[in-house]
Design a protein around this ligand. Structure first.
Ligand code: KE4
Length: 429
């Protein structure tokens, strides 16, 4: 597969943009080679500037659950566009999106819209500190919550991929109040909270981790998180930027029946445009300015185009109870096929899946935390990624990411992906 135009585009970009990309996850740093430049997308497919077609399992890192250019989303955007692009004043559409989130997400009685998942988690942490009057926060190694200074400690996603758990520029003072624990480790959590519990403003967790690859929290861990934070009057924050509206309509909190105090959202709620959100009980959220005193603001928060795309997307998801059955069916087909091919070719690998997010780990045995994720054969993953890319399948460009199946994928797309995986795994064995 030739990518002459992509290569030229990357060379040009590198002279203008650090690393030639506007987010490090896209740089192919973990898989080798040069990034593919995309010209357009449609349904389940990406098309690069050289005219190559790829079955897309990035889905813009999660937002494109309907597939690209869904007619309802495009129509909503065109209608919004006819009325302008941004006003800097409130609109009823923002209340419509807020109402959808409040109706669907169990923990959310009030919600504030922002522009990214990072803004959502940064704001939720500030709110938790303002609400509790406490300083310290707990996060888990391998979880990634965006590039919030205080959370860029033992982060997952591209921070892990690039081996930059503690980024230069993040000061010791910023992370002094951050405690990092092992994911899925109840004893570790219990010990830390018994020691520090009364100082802890919040515990933030990905209830289904996607940023060390797909690593679900155990039921025991989720129950312990809920019980122990309540015991110590610390807030439990579910970072559902990735899992929200992905693993179930109501997210992981609905799928697993554990209700946090605050929830952060992003990705799917913008339908491919920049939207993040944080929400929770009214008695907490009413501490946010101007209702309360915790400052948070944003020029383009609740932007009419982004909100229109988000509303259209959520309405498609809530409008048909078959949606999540379809996503489960397609993702299970893919997962089973990948497992079968790895076994057929005697390649030590494991698939972990929750709903329509999943990861093929080049690792024997379960991946339950960052230490086990970090033990994966990332060189073999890189070779697998490149082989699949050359066969027209675009996977997440890191072992520490999840891939996403959309409603636009067909059984034929899934079966072609499995066949390609068989060829590549055969070459790797
Ligand atoms: P953004 O600021 O990138 O919108 O959201 C940050 C974020 C917060 N919380 C979770 C659970 C997330 O997964 C993310 C962002 N996810 C990564 C992919 N693993 C975004 C890709 C990128 O950084 O380019």
């Amino acid at each position: 597969m030739q990518r002459v135009k992509s290569d030229a585009a990357f060379s040009r970009a590198c002279g203008l943009i650090p690393g030639g990309v506007n987010s490090p996850a896209r740089a192919f740093g973990a898989v080798g080679g040069r990034p593919v430049f995309i010209e357009r997308a449609d349904g389940a497919y990406l098309f690069d500037v050289d005219g190559n077609r790829y079955v897309d399992y990035i889905g813009s890192w999660g937002p494109m659950i309907l597939g690209h250019r869904h007619p309802a989303v495009i129509a909503a955007l065109e209608a919004a566009l006819a009325r302008g692009t941004s006003y800097g004043a409130p609109t009823e559409a923002e209340s419509e999106l807020a109402e959808l989130i409040v109706d669907i997400v169990p923990s959310v009685e009030k919600v504030r819209l922002v522009n990214s998942g990072t803004e959502a988690t940064m704001s939720a942490i500030r709110l938790a500190r303002g609400y509790t009057g406490r300083d310290r926060i707990v996060k888990f190694a391998g979880d990634y919550h965006g590039h919030v200074d205080s959370l860029l400690v033992a982060a997952g996603s591209s921070a892990a991929t690039l081996g930059v758990p503690n980024s230069p520029g993040v000061t010791a003072g910023t992370t002094r109040d951050t405690i990092v624990l092992a994911y899925n480790d109840v004893a570790c959590l219990t010990d830390a909270m018994s020691t520090h519990g009364d100082e802890i403003a919040a515990v933030i967790v990905e209830p289904v981790a996607g940023n060390m690859g797909c690593v679900p929290a155990s039921g025991e861990f989720l129950a312990a998180l809920r019980d122990i934070t309540r015991q110590h009057s610390a807030l439990l924050i579910f970072d559902e930027v990735m899992s929200g509206f992905r693993v179930a309509l109501g997210g992981a909190q609905h799928r697993f029946g554990v209700t946090p105090d605050l929830t952060t959202l992003g990705k799917i709620i913008g339908g491919g445009l920049p939207v993040g959100a944080y929400g929770g009980r009214t008695e907490i959220m009413d501490h946010v300015l101007p209702a309360g005193k915790v400052f948070q603001a944003g020029t383009l928060s609740g932007n009419p185009l982004a909100v229109a795309a988000g509303i259209a997307t959520l309405e498609q998801l809530r409008g048909d109870e078959q949606v999540y059955k379809r996503l489960e069916s397609l993702a299970a087909r893919l997962a089973d096929g990948l497992v079968e091919q790895a076994e057929r070719h005697n390649v030590p690998a494991r698939v972990q899946r929750v709903g329509s997010m999943l990861t093929l780990f080049f690792h024997e045995g379960a991946v339950t935390d960052w230490d086990s994720a970090a033990a994966c054969d990332t060189d073999r993953f890189a070779a697998f990624f490149r082989g699949m890319l050359d066969r027209g399948v675009y996977l997440p460009c890191s072992q520490f990411e999840a891939l996403f199946v959309s409603l636009a994928h067909s059984e034929a797309d899934i079966d072609a992906t499995i066949a390609a995986a068989g060829e590549v795994l055969g070459e790797l064995s």
